[in-house]
Design a protein around this ligand. Structure first.
Ligand code: SAH
Length: 360
């Protein structure tokens, strides 16, 4: 069954029309869902009960269920696991700053890109999330924390541009006045670098939404090892596409750079990154590697991370260093979900070993 979360204004209008309800009911419903973030039919007050009952026969309201919540010690980030209707887990994070409440949303269950340091790809790929499942994360985090969300970043599990249609639809719902009505500059889509999709995406959103690109190295061979899609869309092509879209973008591009000790933290890398970023006026966001049990990589020391940032700054770049506040709550993408999936697997194995559950 479809859900109200994930429908556009036109689709809600059609739905309302198909039930013989007056048009203004569509605007009311959109308000309840995207502005008030209603999560149960009973919360919707100014529509007749009979109309809601008819609606609930043809559409569900929501599709996610809260599963787990984990708060960092200083309360600056909260990680949520939600359960989908088909029984999978996805994660979202709320990152709180003084004047900013940012929700980081997932776009896929698992990921196909398989970056060499990211937990999301480790459990394999299950399926794309729907636009409804993507925007419902924002509504639920807001309701569960009582916070007014100011920003949304597509930096959770999955590769947003590999789930293009749902990502585009979700962005549309987030930024339109009949939807969540976020300013477009408050929405950021991050990609590992699927070149043709970057071109399509920037065109589709008319350059209004922020674009973030996971760079991770300025050297082809190193980037191919870290982000395997670099083999298909090498740095050279990526950069030429970014030069092309840059004029059409209303805001500067951000390069995400996961800093891994001894892998991509040399002075030569810093200089290479500067060469790539400067002509684009791109900002650089350094993310110290957050250890994932499945990989042998090492996080850089705080001094090494500082040194890398200082070097880039000296070269005239706009650099931010992401504090690893999420570390204690496994805030790297897909990490909490992977841990939970693995412990579920382990308990299943224990149950099998003890003969409680048959082996399939
Ligand atoms: N698929 C999108 C969104 C990924 S998540 C993309 O690749 O951009 C956002 C960022 O976190 C990406 O830059 C990703 O490479 C990075 N990341 C993933 N796992 C990490 C880890 N263990 N430590 C630090 N950064 C990580």
């Amino acid at each position: 069954m479809k859900t109200l979360y994930g429908l556009t204004d036109k689709e809600v209008l059609e739905l309302v029309g198909s039930l013989g309800l007056p048009k203004y009911r569509a605007a009311q419903l959109l308000g309840w869902v995207y502005q008030k973030n209603a999560l149960a039919w009973e919360e919707i007050k100014n529509l007749p009960k009979a109309a809601l009952q008819e609606l609930s026969k043809v559409t569900a309201l929501v599709s996610l269920e809260p599963f787990e919540e984990k708060r960092s010690a200083d309360g600056s980030s909260v990680k949520f696991l939600f359960k989908t209707r088909d029984g999978h887990l996805l994660e979202s994070v709320l990152i709180s700053n003084k004047d900013r409440q940012t929700v980081c949303v997932s776009t896929q269950l698992g990921c196909k890109i398989r970056c060499a340091f990211c937990a999301s790809g480790q459990g394999g790929f299950v399926r794309d999330l729907t636009a409804g499942e993507i925007v419902e994360q924002v509504a639920r985090v807001s309701r569960m924390t009582g916070k007014k969300i100011t920003n949304v970043v597509f930096m959770g599990m999955g590769e947003p541009l590999d789930n293009f249609d749902a990502t585009f639809k979700a962005v549309h719902i987030l930024i339109e006045p009949w939807g969540f009505a976020f300013g477009a500059r408050r929405v950021t889509v991050s990609t590992s670098g699927i070149v043709p999709k970057i071109l399509d995406f920037v065109k589709s959103v008319d350059g209004r939404v922020r674009l973030s690109v996971s760079l991770h190295s300025s050297i082809e061979e190193v980037r191919t090892k870290l982000v395997p899609i670099n083999k298909r869309y090498p740095l050279k092509e990526l950069l030429s596409a970014l030069r092309k879209v840059n004029q059409g973008l209303k805001r500067e591009i951000t390069f995400e750079y996961t800093l891994i000790a001894g892998v991509n933290d040399s002075d030569e890398e810093a200089e290479g990154v500067a060469m790539l970023a400067r002509p684009l006026h791109a900002k650089i966001n350094i993310i110290p590697y957050n250890p994932v049990a499945e990989f042998d990589h090492k996080a850089p020391s705080p001094e090494a991370a500082e040194h890398f940032c200082a070097h880039l700054k000296k070269l005239g770049l706009h650099v931010t260093l992401r504090q690893t506040e999420g570390k204690e709550i496994d805030a790297a993408c897909g990490q909490l979900r992977l841990d939970r999936a693995q412990s579920a697997e382990r308990s299943l194995n224990t149950a099998r070993d003890s003969g409680l559950v048959p082996r399939d």
